[in-house]
Design a protein around this ligand. Sequence first.
Ligand SMILES: CC(C)(COP(=O)(O)OP(=O)(O)OC[C@H]1O[C@@H](n2cnc3c(N)ncnc32)[C@H](O)[C@@H]1OP(=O)(O)O)[C@@H](O)C(=O)NCCC(=O)NCCS
Length: 282
Amino acid sequence: MTASRLPEGRRRVEVHDVTPALFDDLISVCSRDRPGDPVHAEGARIKREWLTEVTRACGPIAKLAYLDGKPAAQLMFYPEDAGPRTPGRRDVLVLYCVFTGASEDRQKGLASSLLRSFLEEVRTGKLKTMAGRRIRFIRAPLFETGEGLSMAEMYQRYGFERGPQGAAEMFREVQGAYEPPPRSRPAPPAGDRRRGQLLPIGRSLVFYTPHCQWSYVFADHMAKAIRELSPQHEVLFVDAWRDPAAGDWPGAQAVVDGIPVYAHATEGDGFRREVAAILGKA
Ligand SMILES: CC(C)(COP(=O)(O)OP(=O)(O)OC[C@H]1O[C@@H](n2cnc3c(N)ncnc32)[C@H](O)[C@@H]1OP(=O)(O)O)[C@@H](O)C(=O)NCCC(=O)NCCS
């Protein structure tokens, strides 16, 4: 345990670094109300595997806040160079997300306890994940569930600033100056065999990240939308953390017949409309 306090009289808040024994607790914070959903269960399995791999390599990459003994809020982070696909900068720390699961647990100081614990360890050089490394800055990608306070508003309260337009991230400088991530990696060589295999007409890629169980659920929504519009389409699920194919289409959620689709599966009908336009079914 790394912190403890009593924010509301008798309510007990404890912050723990997430070791493998706490992976199920961590996953439970974002998986309320999903019993028996096999797609969600697969997303959770993928996340557990990813947590195991990255925790083994880097040490704890998440913090959990317990409210009266119940896992209630989480914060995830990792060194930018932890991924196998992107080159990643050695001295940059990614703050991936912060989330308090149940509406009744919000505004009780949980996310603040997590951020304070995290930032204090960054400041004092005690964050195990970055042990012995200089931390130039923290970058925090922005995405929202539409619940509670937005991550952007939360991070702003803790000294994070907006990145340049189009970067969809915030940052907080630690021992050096902020630098936005490179926009894309160079295009693969024209004769790249794998790219040729992935892109024929009639084939689609849907991307998911193993960091979040919901990402796989959204990829499944995208696959279903594509198959509804074109039942013969072959849809491949691509792990954006590990698979180099994802690096060819930065910011895309899917690729249909070689054309990237940027609308997110949760953005109303936007994804379906983009796909229909590509397939000539708009
Ligand atoms: C942002 C979030 C993590 C805050 O969690 P929390 O446990 O309620 O945070 P805290 O209780 O520590 O509150 C932090 C501060 O924000 C304020 N705050 C929290 N929710 C607020 C709201 N809905 N409206 C206004 N202020 C709010 C608190 O009053 C507190 O202010 P203080 O520092 O002046 O005391 C939570 O609202 C959330 O999960 N939102 C969704 C974020 C998201 O989409 N994450 C991606 C998920 S994968």
